[in-house]
Design a protein around this ligand. Structure first.
Ligand code: MLT
Length: 412
């Protein structure tokens, strides 16, 4: 009989979001008339920007004509898309990133997991707690950890607590680590990092020859001008950071699939015997072997995000969701709950009331208000006592959800 990858057996029962979906399905089956409002998974609800639709339709037409038909595209993504990303997302912010350093992909979730292919098995890995579960689970799958303890913390990982006391930004570790996952604006807490905080991380990474895996999937939601959108706005970051970005949340591509990863040309790792190796070369080799690129049609859709029309439509989408975030924050605050985030991120991090655990509060909201959140404990031990609400929904649903929560419970 074929042997399995036993690391999978170390994983906690289910990936967080399918587990929530399972509980919600069970509730819906038992309560078929309940109108459930989902503010759990951060999945967009509003239609794609018109500019993207137009570009994708035109691309479909091209695919139907022999002269303009395309087969396999470049594994790294079409140069016209990478050029636009480099100019609009980086060079316009003073970041020295070229098209060659950009790898277009079908998602940041996949890329943050796949990136482990090019790193060794003996790195010391740091994650924040709470954390986007993909960073942890993919390391477990790759055999980079031992077993989980009763709190769900895996042996071998360095957990950096992010709490209200440290403004949800982790303290720089005392010990030496090799890979650090950072996500700003943060999923799940909605916190952001100042330029000074990111500079401290870059300095740490350079001093310790570590690499920062910087997930900036939510950068479009930053509203405060002083907050950096990219790690490459920080001097020295090109020597020590890989950045993940996505069209999922800003342009509504969660179902369309397009993202990109930036691997600077001068970023280095080393072999066991100390020889320096270009990380770019390894990622290029990995992608061209295991990935055939994002469809031409979708890349044309992503390219349209950078047109004047596209930029305005994306900005309107972001503004729409951030207004939802404002409503959630303000209504819950008025109702007596302590909330964080939701100012530069589409997530509101809510302190559970009355000493309820995350899952108790989740169940209470589901059963009594028919509103779905994400239990903070699902993001790590330090997320216990919190619940995340997503601003990705229609205005009507957000207002209705807030009315239900505030009229069902008295938190004061
Ligand atoms: C979330 O809810 O945390 C996100 O939807 C996860 C993701 O983008 O994969």
């Amino acid at each position: 009989m074929a042997r399995i990858n036993e690391n999978y057996l170390k994983l906690k029962a289910g990936y967080l979001f399918p587990e929530i979906a399972r509980r919600v399905k069970a509730f819906a089956e038992a309560n078929p008339t309940a109108k459930i409002i989902r503010l759990g998974i951060g999945d967009v609800t509003e239609p794609l920007p018109e500019a993207c639709i137009k570009a994708m339709k035109a691309a479909v037409e091209e695919m139907g004509v022999r002269e303009t038909f395309r087969g396999y595209g470049p594994e790294q993504g079409y140069p016209w898309l990478r050029e636009k990303i480099a100019i609009h997302d980086y060079q316009s912010r003073g970041c020295d990133i070229s098209a060659e350093e950009i790898f277009v992909s079908d998602g940041s979730k996949c890329d943050t997991g796949n990136i482990l292919d090019i790193f060794g098995d003996d790195n010391k890995i740091a994650v924040t707690d709470p954390v986007y579960p993909v960073y942890v689970d993919t390391n477990v799958m790759a055999g980079h950890t031992g077993k989980a303890n009763e709190k769900g913390e895996y042996e071998g990982l360095v957990y950096l607590p992010i709490t209200a006391e440290n403004n949800f930004t982790a303290a720089i570790p005392e010990e030496k680590v090799d890979l650090i996952y950072l996500c700003f604006p943060n999923n799940p807490t909605g916190a952001t990092a100042t330029r000074e905080h990111l500079q401290a991380w870059v300095d740490y990474a350079r001093d310790n020859e570590a690499i920062i895996l910087f997930d900036a999937a939510y950068e479009a939601f930053i509203t405060e001008p002083s907050i950096p959108h990219s790690i490459y706005e920080i001097p020295g970051a090109k020597d020590c950071a890989i950045e993940f970005r996505s069209f999922s949340k800003n342009a509504g591509f969660t179902g369309t699939r397009c993202a990109f990863t930036v691997v600077p040309k001068n970023l280095k790792g080393k072999t066991r015997d100390g020889q320096q190796v270009d990380i770019w070369q390894l990622w290029y080799r990995r992608q061209s072997t295991k990935f055939n690129g994002v469809s031409y049609i979708v890349q044309r859709g992503a390219e349209a995000v950078y047109t004047e029309e596209g930029k305005a439509q994306v900005a309107a989408l972001v503004k729409f969701y951030m207004e939802n975030a404002r409503i959630i924050r303000e209504e819950l605050t008025k109702a007596g709950l302590k909330v964080y985030g939701g100012v530069n991120a589409p997530y509101v991090w809510v302190k559970t009331p009355e000493g309820l655990s995350s899952w108790e509060f989740f169940d209470k909201l589901l059963q009594q208000a028919h509103v779905v959140g994400t239990p903070g404990a699902g993001f790590g031990a330090a997320g216990e006592g919190y619940l995340r609400l997503s601003a990705f929904n229609s205005r009507e649903n957000v207002i209705e959800a807030m009315n239900r929560i505030t009229s069902t419970f008295n938190f004061n």
